[in-house]
Design a protein around this ligand. Structure first.
Ligand SMILES: CC(C)(COP(=O)(O)OP(=O)(O)OC[C@H]1O[C@@H](n2cnc3c(N)ncnc32)[C@H](O)[C@@H]1OP(=O)(O)O)[C@@H](O)C(=O)NCCC(=O)NCCS
Length: 169
């Protein structure tokens, strides 16, 4: 499996693979920020925008069978937050989970953040996502906050947990 930073555009096959991956995970209840599975068009717009953004890094995991994982960080827009970036949409296809791919994607995202002199990497997650929390904590992220019953899916509510990795040390 190749884990790489996307420095140009994704191929059509990779975009289609990402759309299938994200919509399948969300349909299965994954906490990726969507209530309904995103459409292929929405995933295309998101990933082409991120890939073309000089203040963002998109990382993908691919092999001959297609795209099996992705994630990205984006520098904060707010002028006072510009040294920092937020990690989003870290996702591994269910068929490939538990084999170290999430860790490889995150390790590459952190390396890219160091290369770009990002000072603090942040991310947030849904309170029931213990697997993701274990991954982030094992990579040095620490939890700095919790908003109770903030994540809303229909009538259901989960806590939102805030994590940060300080790269200035
Ligand atoms: C979270 C996610 C990206 C992890 O990817 P993955 O490829 O399965 O993770 P890895 O195999 O690299 O495992 C990394 C760590 O996750 C944790 N982990 C993995 N599988 C786990 C399980 N079944 N139970 C608990 N923790 C688990 C462990 O800490 C593991 O570290 P280890 O390898 O030292 O044991 C993946 O489960 C996923 O895509 N989930 C759905 C989308 C999602 O929730 N994304 C995160 C949004 S914040």
């Amino acid at each position: 499996m190749d884990v790489r930073r996307v420095d140009q555009s994704l191929t059509e096959r990779e975009i289609a693979g990402a759309a299938t991956l994200l919509s399948t995970l969300v349909a299965g209840g994954a906490a990726l920020g969507w209530v309904e599975p995103p459409s292929p068009g929405e995933v295309r717009r998101l990933l082409t925008t991120v890939a073309a953004d000089p203040d963002a890094v998109l990382v993908v995991a691919t092999d001959d069978g297609g795209l099996h994982g992705l994630g990205y960080w984006r520098r904060y827009d707010r002028p006072t937050h510009r040294p920092h970036a937020d990690v989003e949409k870290v996702a591994v296809a269910a068929s490939h989970q538990g084999r170290g791919l999430g860790r490889r994607l995150m390790t590459e995202l952190i390396a890219a953040a160091r290369d770009a002199h990002i000072e603090v990497l942040t991310l947030d997650l849904r309170g029931d996502n213990t697997r993701a929390a274990a991954l982030y904590e094992s990579l040095g992220f620490h939890r700095y906050g919790r908003l109770e019953r903030f994540v809303a899916v229909g009538d259901r509510r989960w806590d939102k947990l805030f994590y940060a990795l300080d790269l200035r040390d």
